[in-house]
Write a protein that binds this ligand. Structure first.
Ligand code: SF4
Length: 64
């Protein structure tokens, strides 16, 4: 199964660029046995040489 399909459950041809980047990072680093939600684990990614690093998903700030 396609990685994007496995991660998002959506047809990869219909993903937005944001959804595709999110899916790639989640598939790359997320480990459900490790602490933190997937966005927290992606935010903690230290692979600065990765082209997606500057645009990786990070936890959303809560509005007050
Ligand atoms: S930014 Fe980090 S988590 Fe995202 S694809 Fe690159 S190495 Fe993987």
């Amino acid at each position: 199964m396609n990685t994007a399909k496995a991660v998002t459950g959506q047809d990869p041809q219909r993903l937005s660029l944001r959804e595709a980047i999110d899916a790639k990072c989640k598939a790359c680093i997320y480990d459900e046995t490790e602490p933190g939600r997937w966005r927290q684990q992606v935010a903690a990614c230290t692979v600065t040489s990765c082209p997606l690093h500057p645009v990786r998903p990070v936890p959303r700030l809560r509005e007050k």
